[in-house]
Design a protein around this ligand. Sequence first.
Ligand code: SF4
Ligand code: SF4
Length: 360
Amino acid sequence: MAEKVKRVTDIGPPHHDKLMPPICKENYGTWKYHEVLKPGVMVHVGATGDKLYTVRAAGARLVSIYRLRQFADLADKYCDGYLRFTSRHNIEFLLTYDANIDPLIADLAAMGVSVGGIGAAITSIVHTQGWVHCHSAATDASGVVKAVMDVVHPYFNGEKKLPGKLRIALACCLNMCGAVHCSDIAILGIHRKAPRTDHTQVAKICEIPNVVSACPTAAIRPTQVDGTPSVEVIEEQCMYCANCFTVCPSMPLNDPENDGVSIWVGGKVSNARSEPMFSKLAIPYIPNNPPRWPEVTDVILKLVELWAANAKPFERMGEWINRITWPKFFKMAGIEFQKEHIDDFKHAGLTFKRSTQIVH
Ligand code: SF4
Ligand code: SF4
């Protein structure tokens, strides 16, 4: 019988078991507890008394190979080669000797890398590709995130205290490759104009049936312009998602005058105390203002400080807002209620508030 050919693939990561530190394998599923020792440093204690120390360093989504090699060298020096990247772009060094913690932090400081973001703190911001790479970005990602992280840094490294965790996310369009739907504060890039269709090019470079079916709100119809097949966009149905531009480069909707960001609040993934929550719209539009986005950084800092001054211990942003009520939150944050806050999407029936009660 012919020997079976073993199928191999280079798609996806290897099984995590292959990369796990030995101490994690030995204590898998049997950790007794963990605690934060100081900003950016925590310990997991196993049933056998084993201790795994984690040092969380600030990372970035875009990291040069030179920087990655520096991190790898530190992992070799202090952690038997073990580190991991968190989903919010932190780098976590996994140590088994507590004597290595402070020398590692000193080496990171010499590289200009902060340690923090564990427990009641702001951690690094998960974000998307922005103007660096993605074709449908309504705002930059790395630029906005750098500007925001610079102003909230004291809440990362423990210089300033917070009542609980605060997670910030950025997605540069509403396809939201970032975790904007489930973060305490979310920055979401938005377009505000329907695509500009170049009717001379659509039939030449786009598959019209694909373009029509790419639209999630059925806003695109086939048409003829001067005898040439093309598409028309029903503007009232367009939600500026850029899906059509993804399949048809003749339908750009990037617009330097009208693109910008919206701010969402109150989302979380955690099951602690309350169910996971979706973020909700707070500020419908702030114009792009590169390179430092001062209007965005001002708003984020204000929201962080408002929550920090008023939340109970461990209370997440959404839990605090639900407790004090959304109308009161809008009042305290100085946010005006606008038409954009009304959820009028045609499938919004499931998300409408169905009770007549409004608690003030
Ligand atoms: S959020 Fe939108 S613009 Fe940003 S990377 Fe994803 S698809 Fe591209
Ligand atoms: S931007 Fe989105 S909603 Fe608007 S026409 Fe294109 S695919 Fe449809």
